[in-house]
Structures are given as C-alpha cells and as structure tokens.
Design a protein around this ligand. Structure first.
Ligand code: DGL
Length: 279
C-alpha cells in the first residue's frame, strides 16, 4: 500500500479527459462517503490516437502524481490507458490496488440474442493485447463489429452531446452495425456513455447498451473492502477535480456532465512529471 495512505485517503480516478467522469459518477453513487480525486489529462487528450508506449508513460506520470497525493487506490477510468498501462503499473507497484477497465465483451456475449455485438472504442484500445485477450476469452461464439467513432471523443470533450456532427459520427458507426443485426453495444471508451441518449435515438430502444461504469464501481468497493480500505466516516465524501488542460472549460462542463458545480485545479506537465500549479 501507499505509505502516505489509509482508509481515510481519497480514491484517485483518472482519464485523458472528461470520459472517466462516467466512472467517477458511478463510484460516487455507490460509495458516497469516499473522498475522490479526479484527474483529466486534457493537455494530452485524446489518448486513443497515441502509440500505446506514449500512453503508458502518461499513465505512469498521472499515477505517480496520485500516489504522491496519498491516493489509497487508483481507478484507471480509461480503456485506452488500461490497455496501455494497467499490466505495467501493477508490475511496478505490486503492493498497491489498481482498478482498470476492459471492453465489456463478456457480459455482451452473455446477453446478445442475435450473436452480434458492436464494440465502440479507441484505435489504441483495439490494438492492445488486453482487447485481443478479451476477444479470445469471451467472444468465441459471437460476431464482433468494431468501430472507433473518429472525432467522437473530441465532441464529448467540448460537451457537444447532441449536435448534428456528433449524430453523424454515431450514425456512420452504428448504421452498418444495425444492418448486420447487432443487438448489443459495448461502450469500450469511458467518454461514450455520455452519448447513450443519442445512441438510443439512432438504434431504437431494443438494442442493449452496456456501460461498464456500475460494474467498475462495484469492483472498486470489493477491492477496497479486500484491502481494509473502505472509508468509515459519517460525512459525505469530498471531490476534487484537476486538469492538465483548460480549468475554465472543465469547470463549465461539470454541471452538464455529472450535475456537480466545482472549482477545477490546474496541473502542468514538466517532462514526464505532473505538478499542481500554485495560484
Ligand atoms: N476515455 C478514454 C477511453 O476510455 C480515452 C479517450 C481518448 O482519450 O481517446 O478509452
């Protein structure tokens, strides 16, 4: 465990941008007494078009910042960063609890009736060995249809959850899948659950959409419990938000995305190290 942390310490959660807030929201709902420290690495978003090696080193930088702040557990609320760095980080810090993500192909394969499953994720996630292993383990009896939805992460970063361009990107991804008879869709990027209402408009209500965030939150609870690290305080937990990008833009989006108004702190990269910019 992190020497600086205890059950009273915050849970660290990070993503390239606002996508991990879909996971933040689920963790906050399930564990309201926990303090949460959320980092959006928006100076580097999108991660999904970068080489896995580069994403690994960014994830390592964010992780080391969160550990320095005394995080007791880190949620890699990003499929791309999990694909690039989860194994590496666990090897680097064997005595520290991480919760990562992998595209939810397993529940999708269990639930599909047509045997046809759509997966939406970033190019780097599809390239990683984590995805290959998920496909090998769980998708032997189903047909997968993959799409990277180019430009969608950037639209969501701007808060454009239901604009004509966002709709066009999703239609280009989903129309061919619908024609093939896909009945289950996996949100393999944490940004994408923010556009589930629009996805439903395009696919109709009969398609099952799998957002892994609630399952990830349950896993966070199990792991904390296993390590004896669940917070026992009576008061509601506090949340802190930091970004390496534009603090004003993120603060503006928080109420729209997760119904929370909060100040956002400024992080800066200096080579491979993250620093909080003192105001
Ligand atoms: N939200 C991220 C994911 O789950 C990455 C998006 C990006 O930065 O490309 O993959």
């Amino acid at each position: 465990m992190n020497k600086k942390s205890s059950a009273a310490s915050p849970i660290g959660i990070f993503d390239s941008g606002v996508g991990g807030l879909t996971v933040f929201r689920a963790v906050r709902d399930l564990l309201p007494q926990e303090d949460l420290l959320y980092i959006a690495d928006q100076a580097k978003v999108p991660y999904g078009n970068r080489p896995l090696q580069e994403v690994q080193s960014l994830a390592e930088g964010v992780t080391s910042y969160l550990m320095d702040q005394g995080a007791k557990l880190i949620v890699i609320a990003c499929n791309t960063a999990s694909a690039a760095a989860l194994k590496h980080l666990r090897a680097l810090y064997p005595d520290f609890p991480f919760v990562g993500m992998e595209p939810a192909v397993k529940p999708a394969a269990e639930q599909t009736l047509s045997g046809k499953v759509g997966v939406l994720a970033t190019p780097s996630t599809f390239q990683g060995e984590l995805y290959a292993s998920v496909v090998e383990r769980f998708a032997q009896d189903v047909q997968l249809f993959q799409n990277t939805c180019p430009g969608l992460v950037q639209q969501i970063e701007k808060g454009y959850l239901n604009t004509p361009k966002t709709r066009r990107i999703l239609e280009e991804a989903l129309d061919p899948m619908m024609k093939e008879g896909v009945d289950t869709l996996v949100m393999g990027c944490t940004h994408f659950p923010f556009v589930i209402p629009l996805i439903r408009q395009i696919t109709g209500e009969d398609v099952r959409v799998i957002d892994p965030a609630p399952a990830v939150a349950r896993q966070v609870k199990r792991v904390l419990d296993g390590w004896g690290l669940l917070a026992e305080r009576k008061r509601a937990g506090k949340s802190v938000f930091l970004t390496s990008g534009d603090v004003g833009e993120m603060a503006f989006l928080l109420p729209k995305l997760i119904g929370t108004k909060a100040e956002v702190g400024q992080l800066r990269w200096d080579n491979d190290t993250l620093f909080l910019r003192k105001i």
